[in-house]
Ligand binder design. Structure first.
Ligand code: BTN
Length: 254
């Protein structure tokens, strides 16, 4: 059914019609010993979740709701780099198959114009300095038409269908997405995050533009300079003073 182009990613694939969250299923499978590269896809999530405990709308059949179990042999502090690498894989798939021009908003969002198309939620289980597993959750709005977009998200969410004017087969998108993820993951392990930095910056949202940064309990206006070799965000304030941020929220005036 899936016709995967990958060597290992998704070769163990679980498809569920309805779950609370594929993240929860993935955690359970990982605890039970599921192998590296196991993928869980659901048609519908009842309690899809996003970053910062935000809910993630996951209506039946309208998107790709997927969690990937990885067991990388890296230091736990590098796990956030996997979020950035996954964002690059998603943009590559979108550009290659759909013609949509996606932009990556640090650290985990994919935007088209001013609307969010996809989000990534990375969760990790680590014991001291050893990663037991990482779960990469990807939510990508595919066949969500305007009527189906919840009221509170009308101005903020988009889908591939809304951007291209036609419905898409999720299987084809998943196949390419997993292929891109596997290639980038291997590059990341072999050559480090710096090998992906350029691809990330190429599609970065608002690079060189003024954004609002919320970090270190402050909020200020800054220019988005790019990302550091290790994936941290680099911004510069009006006094040309640069900050390297590992945890922040960015936004811009609409
Ligand atoms: C975000 O933008 O804050 C991240 C959204 C991540 C949503 C995906 S959908 C599949 C997986 N299961 C979940 O409950 N969340 C992630």
């Amino acid at each position: 059914q899936w016709n995967l182009k990958t060597d290992w990613l998704g070769q163990n694939m679980h498809f569920e019609e309805q779950v609370d969250s594929t993240q929860t299923v993935a955690h359970q499978l990982a605890r039970e010993g599921a192998e590296h590269g196991t993928v869980i896809v659901a048609d519908e999530q009842l309690k899809g979740r996003g970053r910062l405990h935000r809910p993630w709308h996951s209506q039946k059949g309208s998107g790709i709701w997927m969690s990937i179990i990885l067991r990388p042999d890296i230091e736990p502090h590098r796990a956030p780099q996997l979020t950035l690498a996954s964002a690059v894989a998603i943009t590559k798939m979108l550009k290659f198959l759909t013609g949509v021009q996606p932009k990556i908003k640090w650290p985990n969002d994919i935007f088209v114009g001013d609307r969010k198309l996809a989000g990534i939620l990375t969760e990790m289980q680590a014991e001291q300095d050893l990663i037991e597993y990482v779960i990469i959750g990807i939510g990508l709005n595919v066949n969500l038409d305007q009527k189906a977009v919840p009221d509170d998200l009308q101005d903020v969410a988009t889908s591939i269908q809304l951007e291209t004017g036609k419905a898409w087969k999720r299987e084809e998108l998943i196949q390419e997405l997993l292929y891109q993820m596997e290639s980038i993951y291997e590059l990341f392990l072999q050559q480090g995050f710096s090998s992906i930095k350029q691809a990330w910056e190429q599609d970065a949202y608002r690079l060189g533009e003024t954004i609002t940064v919320k970090a270190r309990r402050k909020e200020w206006e800054a220019t988005l300079i790019g990302i550091h070799e290790d994936g941290a965000l680099i911004v510069e304030d009006e006094n040309q003073s640069k900050s390297v941020l590992y945890s922040a929220e960015i936004d811009w005036k609409k």
